[in-house]
Design a protein around this ligand. Structure first.
Ligand SMILES: Nc1nc2c(c(=O)[nH]1)N[C@H]1C(S)=C(S)[C@@H](COP(=O)(O)O)O[C@H]1N2
Ligand SMILES: [Mo]
Length: 414
């Protein structure tokens, strides 16, 4: 789908750049709030962010004021379409369970309610040119997944839980003889592959699906969410029900959820086995062994959001996420790393665990004029540091996904 986004990107969001100058900074809670400060002006990035046309949206970093992203500003990614689900919608829990379930929204709303602020990021964020705003933060409300699975009664043989969305679309499968072409289909089914005479592409209508191990699915943080920032889930974000899997990349947070299927085999649907697969070519040693892994947990990351100015006093502001963030440092041009003020917010259900981004700010006194670059890096509590783009593990990737490299942006100081 991100390919789809790329090909359809042609518009700048409302020519917003020109209007951005009067942004009021209301960064992260009272400590940094300057409500209605008309002296606060935006110093626009020189490297412009491009925006996808509706219905796809990205976060507009230069407009980032609120720790919780409003529903209309929250980035939108989908791969097939936005299904319209009516009152007949139900959630099925099927497969290796003692008591298969068919639940209405009222059934789910009558169960234990939980709210949690969780940041979602598409694993393609900063992986594709101009796809740099696929991260947002919202307060989700719903019912925990684990008690529902326990109520259904997981079979001893169950190993995997598959989450199906209501959305589907044509997916072309290459004809690997004996793999794709089933005995039930005539041998010339599908579209001939011009490059390989005698072989065919088979087009199927695949439903969006993602899976987790039973153990991962039973994580007490997983939420079946029907509300986003106090409103019913908007259609673009999965109405009436989506999975919120805190700490997982966006793709795992299945929208328009219709069925949870408990199985005893690894699920190899498009978004587990073909798409959202990170392929690496490790460079170490004489022999190259390619590695394949499906996109799963978020990675430690930060990004400069914007630079503002009040008279001659500049402030750099940004966000950090992907793990509980202990510290953020900022580098100007090739200067030393300077520690930023970190505003840790979010639910702390397990000690330091928080699944929401943290905002950070750095005062920037009397910057020299000219084009200046700003780079940030995040630290977590386990000693990890957001890597530079040239980090061997990052640069060994041959696919777009999971780019958590340090981000550098530039402003022009008059
Ligand atoms: N059913 C369904 N769920 C989905 C998707 C999809 O295409 N269909 N896209 C996934 C991806 S790749 C991302 S990044 C997130 C985006 O969630 P959002 O649009 O609410 O920001 O939804 C995920 N859930
Ligand atoms: Mo995504």
């Amino acid at each position: 789908m991100v390919n789809h986004v790329m090909s359809r990107r042609s518009l700048l969001k409302g020519g917003g750049a020109a209007l951005a100058g009067l942004s009021t900074v209301h960064v992260a809670g009272p400590a940094y709030a300057f409500p209605g400060d008309r002296d606060e002006v935006l110093v626009p990035w020189v490297d412009r962010q491009l925006f996808t046309p509706p219905p796809f949206t990205q976060l507009d970093w230069e407009q980032l004021d609120d720790w919780v992203t409003a529903n209309d500003d929250f980035f939108v990614v989908f791969h097939y379409d936005i299904p319209k689900l009516d009152a007949s919608w139900r959630l099925g829990i099927t497969g290796l369970v003692a008591r298969a379930q068919s639940l209405s929204l009222a059934d789910l709303a009558a169960r234990q309610r939980r709210e949690q602020t969780v940041t979602l990021e598409c694993s393609g964020d900063h992986g594709f040119p101009d796809f740099t705003g696929a991260v947002s933060n919202a307060r989700w409300a719903g019912t925990p997944l684990a008690p529902l699975l326990h109520a259904a009664g997981l079979d001893r043989k169950a190993t995997e839980v598959v989450f199906y969305g209501a959305d589907s679309g044509p997916v072309m499968i290459r004809d690997n003889p004996g793999v794709v072409r089933p005995p039930s289909r005539p041998p010339d089914t599908g579209t001939p592959d011009p490059a390989n005479p005698g072989r065919f592409f088979l087009t199927i209508n695949e439903q969006f699906s993602r899976s987790m191990s039973v153990e991962e699915a039973l994580d007490p943080d997983n939420l079946l969410a029907f509300e986003m920032n106090g409103a019913p889930l908007p259609p673009a974000h999965g109405s009436p029900l989506r999975l919120i899997a805190p700490g997982w990349y966006g793709v795992a947070n299945v929208k328009w959820l219709t069925r949870i299927d408990v199985v005893d085999q690894r699920h190899a649907g498009r978004f587990m086995a073909r798409d959202y697969v990170t392929i690496r070519e490790p460079k170490a040693g004489a022999q190259t062994v390619w590695t394949f892994s499906n996109v799963s947990h978020m990675r430690l990351k930060s990004a400069p959001a914007k630079v503002t100015r009040r008279r001659d006093r500049y402030t750099i502001m940004g966000a950090a996420w992907g793990a509980p963030v202990s510290r953020v440092e900022v580098k100007i041009d090739e200067g030393p790393w300077i520690e930023a003020d970190l505003d840790r917010q979010g639910d702390r259900r397990h000690g330091r665990e928080t699944f929401a981004w943290s905002f950070w700010t750095l005062p920037w006194r009397r910057p020299a004029s000219g084009k200046r670059s700003i780079t940030s890096r995040a630290f977590d509590y386990e000693g990890n540091i957001q890597p530079p783009p040239e980090d061997p593990y990052l640069s060994s990737r041959v696919t777009y996904w999971e780019n958590n490299g340090q981000i550098t942006r530039s402003v022009l100081i008059p």
